[in-house]
Design a binder for this molecule. Structure first.
Ligand SMILES: Nc1nc2c(c(=O)[nH]1)N[C@H]1C(S)=C(S)[C@@H](COP(=O)(O)O)O[C@H]1N2
Ligand SMILES: [Mo]
Length: 517
């Protein structure tokens, strides 16, 4: 009896999970058909939108670029727990179980209505969570019914208490629910391909009229240091998008408006028909810790932002460029930085290819010298000339600084931490950056020794990082600490003061421990 009861409860909990699976699969399928966010993603987006700053920092620090996968997995785990609980309770209290599913569904509906990452109208987007609730409740009821009704067989087998159930009816219900889940998953799989991916495959970016200078001979001087140009698939990615925004080039529009004499609206064909420039620019994320990986250098092709804004006619009094992405990200950039002659652009190509989907296809902003969160808007759709006092950017409301020029920084790539060398001839190297200013020197120090000049790789321009190397030819055996600091082209030496990334970028010298045998 006890055994029967326990297995019936396990089956009830499993039924809850199976019902949830069918419900979310049905919701995902409907979302695929309507173009809206799937309920699980909408809940994840709602979480991202409400995540307090410290939690976001924690997530980025703990999980780095896996933070999205971790968040979605976390959402799934919570869902499974709720579902199992609903099934278990449903064995004795069917109404409470149904209520639990409905409450969860209402949260998904609310998340979908509040989702700013979609342009699908709310009355259409809401169909997906409604499908989830309907299928989830129906499946739960159908699955629990046989478990709740004792079978005559059970009565006969167990003398006093009815604890058996109709196994055949349960099996049929379980197979039916599994079939619904499979069909939902199949629809999502088959029809869920992104329009942007197809669009990207057909896009051809014309030759820039103003090409980048050739990469100077002599870059990449040492194996193991960051390559001068970062491959697109190795380029760091930081954004709040749980699913990559799907923005095909043919329906994309860029609106330029606000404090301008004349509004502009450009199609993608208009944009790439403009005279294009090609530049090498190193992007850096403000979340980058000392020695961190959130920096990358690429060759970008794009349309100068200053030209577009001047054509629209910037009015006096404006100090900000407010940019908005297809997924509702709002970023504020000082107008001065965009107009002061640096190569700020609306970029359409990265390292010779149309922008990868994760890096903003079909168009993004790139502004040399400013951290990404105040300049590098991906999936860009709207530019408004305005004043900082008239809006709040996404990150600014999360305690990050409103304005944030990239800070002078340097990093040791070789040796890796705790590497040990067999010979007394130790070669070290890395990168240093001071975008829009330039690097004039890098110095290294072993233990408490004196600062020694590193050798700089050839310069491409002031907007990219600069590789450096140094050789310790007569390294002494034992454990050592290597530190690095850079000097920018204005003569400023990188500060040793340690600062956290928040609110406007980390500072401090990067150091690495290694040993010589
Ligand atoms: N739409 C959108 N654009 C965005 C972001 C974002 O979250 N959403 N993140 C910004 C941040 S914080 C950085 S550092 C850069 C990173 O660009 P990447 O992912 O191409 O390296 O994109 C910026 N542009
Ligand atoms: Mo960033």
């Amino acid at each position: 009896m006890v055994h029967h009861q326990a297995s019936r409860q396990a089956l009830a909990a499993g039924s809850g999970v199976l019902a949830a699976l069918a419900g979310t699969a049905a919701g995902a399928a409907v979302a695929t058909l309507t173009g809206g966010p799937s309920p699980v993603v909408a809940v994840g987006n709602a979480f991202v939108a409400r995540t307090p700053g410290w939690l976001k920092d924690f997530a980025v620090r703990q999980f780095g670029e896996d933070d999205k996968a971790v968040l979605l997995a976390g959402t799934a785990v919570v869902l499974v727990l709720i579902a199992a609980g609903a099934g278990w309770i449903g064995l004795t209290h069917a109404r409470i179980a149904v209520g639990l599913v409905v409450v969860t569904g209402v949260l998904a509906v609310a998340a979908t209505l509040a989702d700013t990452t979609t342009s699908v109208p709310p009355d259409v987007a809401v169909l997906a969570p409604l499908a989830t609730v309907a299928v989830g409740v129906a499946a739960l009821v159908v699955l629990l019914a046989p478990l709740r009704t004792p079978s005559p067989l059970g009565l006969r087998r167990e003398d006093d208490l009815p604890s058996g159930f109709d196994r055949r009816a349960f099996l049929v219900a379980a197979l039916g629910t599994a079939a619904v889940a499979t069909v939902g998953g199949g629809v999502t799989r088959l029809l869920g391909t992104s329009d942007a991916a197809a669009s990207r495959a057909t896009v051809t970016i014309p030759r820039p009229i103003d090409a980048a200078v050739p990469v100077p001979a002599g870059v990449d001087p040492l194996r193991g240091i960051s390559p001068y140009l970062t491959d697109n698939h190795d380029f760091y990615r930081v954004d709040t998008a749980l699913t990559v925004p799907d923005v095909p080039a043919d329906t994309w529009r860029l609106r330029i408006h606000g404090d301008v004499d004349e509004e502009l609206e450009l199609t993608f064909a208009d944009l790439i028909a403009e005279p294009l420039i090609e530049r090498r620019i190193t992007l850096t994320c403000v979340s980058n810790e000392v020695g961190g990986e959130y920096a990358g250098n690429a060759t970008w092709i794009g349309v100068p932002l200053a030209g577009l804004l001047r054509r629209a006619g910037v009015r006096d009094g404006a100090d900000a460029l407010k940019s908005t992405s297809a997924d509702g990200m709002v970023i504020g950039t000082p107008l001065e930085a965009v107009l002061d002659g640096r190569d700020a652009m609306v970029a359409v190509a990265m390292n010779g290819d149309p922008l990868p989907l994760e890096h903003g296809f079909p168009a993004r902003m790139v502004v040399p010298g400013l951290y990404g969160y105040v300049s590098a808007t991906k999936w860009l759709v709207d530019l408004e000339v305005t004043r900082f006092s008239d809006f709040t950017a996404y990150w600014t409301s999360r305690d990050w600084a409103e304005q944030a020029p990239i800070k002078l920084a340097s990093r040791i790539d070789v040796p890796r931490g705790f590497q040990s060398f067999e010979s007394g001839d130790v070669r070290v190297g890395g990168v240093a950056w001071a975008q829009n200013v330039g690097i004039s020197a890098v110095e290294v120090r072993v233990d408490d020794g004196s600062w020694e000049p590193a050798r700089l790789a050839p310069e491409d321009g002031i907007d990219t990082w600069r590789q450096w190397t140094w050789r310790w030819a007569d390294a002494t055996s034992g454990d050592h600490t290597l530190a690095v600091r850079a000097v920018d082209a204005d003569g400023n030496t990188q500060t040793s003061d340690r600062a956290d990334p928040r609110p406007d970028g980390s500072t401090g010298w990067h150091s690495v421990q290694f040993s010589v045998e």
